[in-house]
Design a protein around this ligand. Structure first.
Ligand SMILES: Cc1cc2nc3c(=O)[nH]c(=O)nc-3n(C[C@H](O)[C@H](O)[C@H](O)COP(=O)(O)OP(=O)(O)OC[C@H]3O[C@@H](n4cnc5c(N)ncnc54)[C@H](O)[C@@H]3O)c2cc1C
Length: 572
């Protein structure tokens, strides 16, 4: 049941208390309450997702990521790698968490990523072959909103129609689709067509898969795992507007935390609930380390400086934060059929919204992204990588994500003109940052330092990524479409000028992780073991993006031939 008011909870003691009703927390609450003997309380700081139109209509999602009650509206600390800029750092603040505001691209990663988790944690449960059954339990493959034939747009063999979370192909054709497809034919060795990028080998360009249902609505962790079919389970209790401040210590030696303190809404009253079995933190890459640190679990010297008494010395809490930097290149184009026209024209936008409201059809069934996505690697022969360990987890793991947009994204919309935008994100940063507390007040915003581009390799990799975008747009098919490159990245050619552009304009693609990193049971560093139990603390787990690590640091060097073979395989 969903509760808006703490006073209505039937009890204050549950088998499991989950802190954070986001992407991971909602799944856990659902799966644990499949067992009718377990009672679960899910505490979410933000409001309910129900009837929040911009979270439901895919195209409108990007309107609630900043300055919104549905986002934490964080900003980073000044980033030296970004010329001292602080940037917006959205995280979902509502039921469903970031899956209620994200861009919905459904990507499983490469088989190498998962096998790397398995080998670095010593737990084969994380391997690509062993996680398949969970992908299948999760995924409810659905027809696209426009019901078009999807033959040749995906590989049904690697998908599942029996899961909970809807995944589909684009439900509205976009005018640049044909040119994107044509690029894969004109430049097949650099940008091969990949029938299905969720097969374990994502390299290439293919049709985007998104967590959208057949009615053109966002399928978030909340709409699916906490949807009408599940929310009224008698053993499931979901309390919104409930921000956890800290874990309460309930036993010494070993230090045990089977109670949780939180406040509701804007009141100052603190409430405490207890867990008979376990407390699980699912507050995300920023929220989960924040709760641990406020509970005295972290580096004891840093906590002492803030006047927080140490309960468990676990120095890696909040450390090793990594995020993927992103940047765009823009071209003015010879067309008026781009989202720029739609965004500028309030009457047209209202008509398109009406089409969505009345028929669940039209441009709003998709996010602002394009219908294709690309995954690319820098050749290991490139001077940036020659003689170095590959920063990706293996030859099937892309260095770059490429997002083609039919219109301007990430820049203020100019009063005139129509645009084509290619965005690149660096998927394997080697720079690391941290999440730390700004004060002993658990409700004070934390200090978020993703360490963007601190390592020179990341800057060089981004620079080469921009060149890959320029190669893409140089395919003959774009010649008549593109008029000229648009500011703020005019026709500069030198590496130094491209790097200056990156430092001045790069931003986040919103994928922070590693701040409670998972490591082998007997490893010295790390925060959780491969079963996601917090090291040294019984009955406490972290289950969310904060446990995942970027792969860099793995000593791995693949041969260029291996990568070429994989590209051939993907094309086949
Ligand atoms: C704008 C944006 C676009 C993105 N686009 C994509 C995409 O297209 N594809 C993709 O795969 N990924 C995308 N991502 C990333 C993806 O959404 C996240 O990696 C993922 O949702 C993280 O899940 P999580 O469970 O770790 O955290 P979250 O989903 O963020 O959940 C954390 C939850 O905990 C709550 N919480 C935090 N602190 C507390 C507290 N103290 N007390 C109670 N509750 C608390 C939060 O409100 C939130 O609901 C995007 C993210 C953003 C922000």
């Amino acid at each position: 049941k969903l509760y808006e008011d703490v006073e209505l909870l039937p009890t204050i003691s549950f088998d499991f208390v989950i802190c954070g009703g986001g992407t991971a927390g909602s799944v856990l609450a659902n799966r644990l309450t499949e067992n009718a003997n377990y009672s679960v309380l899910l505490l979410e700081a933000g409001p309910s997702n129900v009837d929040v139109l911009p979270s439901i209509v895919p195209f409108l999602g990007s309107t609630i990521t900043s300055n919104s009650p549905y986002s934490w509206n964080y900003t980073t600390t000044a980033q030296p790698g970004l010329n001292g800029r602080s940037i917006d750092y959205p995280r979902g603040h509502m039921l469903g968490g970031s899956s209620s505001i994200n861009y919905m691209l459904y990507t499983r990663g490469s088989s190498d990523d998962w096998d790397n988790y398995a080998s670095t944690t010593g737990d084969s449960g994380w391997s690509w072959s062993n996680v398949q059954k969970y992908f299948r339990k999760n995924e409810l493959w659905s027809l696209p909103a426009d019901n078009h034939s999807t033959a040749g747009e995906y590989d049904p063999k690697v998908h599942s129609v029996s899961g909970v979370n809807s995944v589909t192909l684009p439900g509205y054709p976009q005018p640049i689709d044909n040119m994107l497809l044509q690029t894969t034919k004109e430049l097949p060795s650099e940008f091969p067509f990949n029938l299905d990028m969720n097969s374990g080998n994502p390299l290439g360009v293919g049709w985007a898969q998104s967590t959208i249902d057949s009615l053109g609505q966002r399928s978030s962790s909340a709409t699916s795992y906490l949807g009408p079919k599940y929310i009224d389970r008698p053993n499931l209790h979901v309390l919104v507007h409930a921000q956890v401040s800290r874990l309460v210590q309930t036993a010494q030696s070993p230090a045990t935390f089977k109670a949780v303190e939180f406040k509701q809404g804007n009141t100052t009253t603190l409430h405490i609930v207890t867990a008979r079995k376990e407390v699980i933190l699912s507050a995300g890459s920023i929220g989960s380390p924040r709760i641990l640190l406020s509970s005295g679990i972290g580096d004891k010297r840093a906590l002492a400086e803030l006047g927080i008494a140490s309960t468990v010395h676990l120095p890696d809490v909040g450390q090793n934060l990594a995020d993927q930097a992103t940047i765009g290149v823009y071209w003015e184009v010879n067309s008026t059929d781009t989202i720029d026209t739609l965004t500028r024209n309030a009457t047209l936008s209202a008509q398109v919204l009406d089409d969505w409201l009345d028929n669940r059809q039209g441009r709003f069934v998709e996010s602002i992204l394009g219908n294709f996505v690309g995954w690319s690697r820098l050749s290991l022969d490139n001077s940036v990588l020659r003689g170095r360990a590959d920063p990706a987890s293996g030859p099937k793991s892309p260095h770059y994500e490429i997002l083609p947009l039919n219109g301007i994204g990430g820049l203020p919309l100019p009063p005139t003109g129509n645009f084509f935008n290619l965005v690149v994100a660096l998927l394997c940063p080697v720079s690391r940052g941290s999440v730390t507390l700004s004060s002993s007040d658990p409700f004070a915003p934390p200090l978020i330092d993703p360490g963007f581009l601190n390592d020179p390799l990341d800057l060089e990799m981004m620079r080469e990524g921009i060149k890959i975008l320029l190669d893409f747009a140089a395919a003959p098919t774009w010649r008549k479409y593109i008029i000229e490159r648009y500011q703020p990245f005019p026709n500069v050619t030198t590496d130094a000028a491209i790097e200056a552009y990156i430092r001045n304009s790069a931003s986040t693609i919103f994928h922070p992780l590693g701040s409670n990193s998972m490591s082998a049971k007997d490893a010295e560093g790390g925060v959780v073991d491969p079963d996601l139990r917090v090291k040294g603390i019984p009955f406490l787990r972290v289950v969310d993006g904060s446990v995942l690590r970027e792969s860099a640091g793995r000593q791995y060097t693949s041969s260029p031939n291996e990568a070429a073979d994989l590209i051939k395989e993907a094309r086949a």
